[in-house]
Design a binder for this molecule. Structure first.
Ligand SMILES: Nc1ncnc2c1ncn2[C@@H]1O[C@H](COP(=O)(O)OP(=O)(O)OP(=O)(O)O)[C@@H](O)[C@H]1O
Length: 231
């Protein structure tokens, strides 16, 4: 059982102060969303957790260790994986090669397990990354993060631009990932996906958390949804 706890996190792009003291927590086997308008600071929060953007203040605790100041590869080695919005898979490599270069021998997810979970990737295993549909690329990006044995998976808009049937597949897969004990921090615009999946929600506005609540509480918060999520 692990916990990722973020406390009073601040970060900047140049002189622009983007994160203004973010507080949030995710546990193993939990799906937590980070919601908010365009430009609210969701992607920046994910990038700051994995040290792509450097935290200027605050703590990022993985169990008892503060990760602030650690390098990107050190964060990855401790089991925090970012699946970025543009997926970052290797277009010139096949599906299987994309998986093989990411694999960590300690991972409980072998390539065969991945193929069971993602039958589409098995069918496409010899295809180049460039030849995949958007949904297949998203699946490959998630699969590649899994074979690296993450404790926590940070996902940036995994269903963006995908057909409803593919969105349903991604929802099912995220449920399986939670059942396997991975903690998921999900940035997602599709509110119905978020409400179907998540245990807990955070809403961010101007780089601060303005609401947090369980799914049961959040489902009644029409005011919050109207005010911060423009639904
Ligand atoms: N590389 C960058 N350089 C300067 N400013 C940036 C950069 N990336 C993002 N920003 C600014 O930081 C703020 C937060 O952006 P961020 O991408 O975290 O928002 P977001 O909540 O993820 O929204 P979106 O859904 O639009 O991605 C915005 O005002 C954005 O314009």
């Amino acid at each position: 059982m692990s916990r990722l706890v973020i406390n009073n996190l601040h970060s900047y792009y140049g002189k622009s102060h983007i994160l203004n003291g973010i507080d949030l927590a995710v546990e193993s086997g939990e799906i937590v969303t980070l919601l908010g308008r365009n430009g609210a600071g969701k992607t920046t929060t994910l990038k700051t957790i994995v040290s792509i953007v450097k935290a200027q203040q605050g703590v990022i605790l993985l169990d008892d260790e503060n990760l602030v100041g650690k390098e990107i590869y050190e964060i990855a080695r401790r089991g925090i994986a970012l699946v970025p919005e543009h997926r970052g898979i290797f277009g010139i490599l096949s599906v299987e090669e994309n998986l093989m270069i990411a694999i960590n021998k300690k991972s409980p997810w072998a390539v065969e397990d991945i193929y069971q979970m993602f039958p589409r990737l098995k069918e496409r295993r010899k295809n180049g990354g460039n030849a995949l549909s958007g949904g297949e690329q998203q699946m490959l990006a998630i699969a590649r993060a899994l074979v690296n044995n993450p404790k926590f998976l940070l996902l940036d808009e995994p269903t963006e631009g995908l057909a409803p049937v593919i969105v349903d597949e991604i929802v099912k897969i995220l449920g399986q990932i939670r059942a396997a004990g991975v903690g998921v921090l999900l940035v997602e615009q599709n509110l119905s996906v978020c409400e179907k999946l998540a245990d807990k929600h955070y809403v961010v506005e101007l780089g601060e958390i303005v609401y947090q609540g369980s799914q049961t509480e959040f489902s009644k918060q029409d005011d919050i949804k109207n005010r911060y999520l423009a639904v």
